[in-house]
Design a protein around this ligand. Sequence first.
Ligand code: SAM
Length: 485
Amino acid sequence: MAIYDPKSLKAEEFINDEEIRETLAYAEAHKNDLPLIRQILDKARPKKTQTGHTCSGLTHREASVLLACDIPEVIQEIYQIAEEIKLTFYGNRIVIFAPLYLSNYCINGCVYCPYHRVNKHITRKKLTQEEVKAEVIALQDLGHKRLAIEAGEDPINNPIEYILDCIKTIYSVKHKNGAIRRVNVNIAATTVENYHKLKDAGIGTYILFQETYHKESYLQLHPSGPKHDYDYHTEAMDRAMEAGIDDVGLGVLFGLELYKYEFAGLIMHAEHLEAVHGVGPHTISVPRLKRADDIDPTQFDNGIDDETFAKITACIRLAVPYTGMIISTRETEAVRSKLLRLGISQVSGGSRTSVGGYAGYSPEERPHDTEQFDVSDQRSLDEVVRWLMENGHIPSFCTACYREGRTGDRFMSLCKSGQILNCCHPNALMTLSEYLEDYASPETKAIGYQTVEKELKRIPKDKVREIAAKHIEDIRNSNRRDFRF
Ligand code: SAM
């Protein structure tokens, strides 16, 4: 039997089934143990240091106890600490991105995804480089600067060379004042050699959802194709990091397996990356299973309600305080509003989950024939930007860290240093100003500049505040763009 070892490079040792089962039993036994719970909550709270703040995070066992606890006052306290952590380390900025679907050709058999191989009636489509260009122009015209590219797994139709060509095309399109400045990549697990190629192509984060950490279920949910190999999939982030990609994004598809099991597995995966590579995941996504072409989510037994979903999100925030957290348009405006208070730091906006879903369509039109799943939040990017500001957040189109080489542990140290207000905050305001000037509706622009003015005052260092204000003036009065700290 495999022995639990977070430093091991073997999937069954760092995501160890026995350790997860023991963790769940421990959490169940202690879910009403108030002295222990109080100790865990105290540990999770951010602490002031001479140079900034620190937060120790929680082990998978500690975090699992909180997740198991049903005491309403404790849950409220978890929520309050989650918000405190988010505001301490990320401020009130919310980074915005959009998915770009390149191809829905796929040879896998994932039973929850409409792109699975045996779906014979879904339209299969792969963008040509001309079409990629058109999509990027449409995305730039909306105001996007950061994309997550998505593709099915198909070595004939979507080989790594195709993905690399697409990345090159995306970065090359300079349309009006627009540019895509960061391309994150969500493609199937691959080899160290291919991860090297992605690194050399200048990708931001490599994102790969585990879907489920439960091996037996994983094998049933992925009955055929290369993705059937649980170990290869689970060990993918180690290969990506070995190839020098130090920003990786984890995620579980909630609804496939029991959430407490998934939660423990996810935190163990984060602990493993930290133990082996000295840096945890850059982001964690929390997707939930959605209705899609031939997929009915009610056919899966492990769906979770909104309250449980909120609790999971908050507990992740407490366990891994320096990791960005992403919520997509799979969720409704109401759910997203709630989760934004519990630790989320990135959202997608104005998203299309079909191949070629942006170019040639008005904001009201959405093609469904190649779509991966139903989008619940169907608002335009402009509406999302305005909504964020109305709720006290700063929508940020910033990509500075990655372009200044602040990735991996360098980003984490910035996060811990307390310099967020002197660095990320002005960057957010400058990129928001670009959006307001180039793409916003008059209503959003009006609220936007009130936000910018108010938030500029919160920059502590006089010099930084003056420079940021000067750059914002330049953005408003000229075509000068892309200022950053
Ligand atoms: N093909 C790549 C892979 O296998 O990892 C990644 C791209 S896939 C387009 C992105 C993610 O969409 C998957 O990892 C899965 O978690 C999610 N997904 C698939 N079907 C879904 C559904 N019905 N509802 C919500 N999310 C879904």
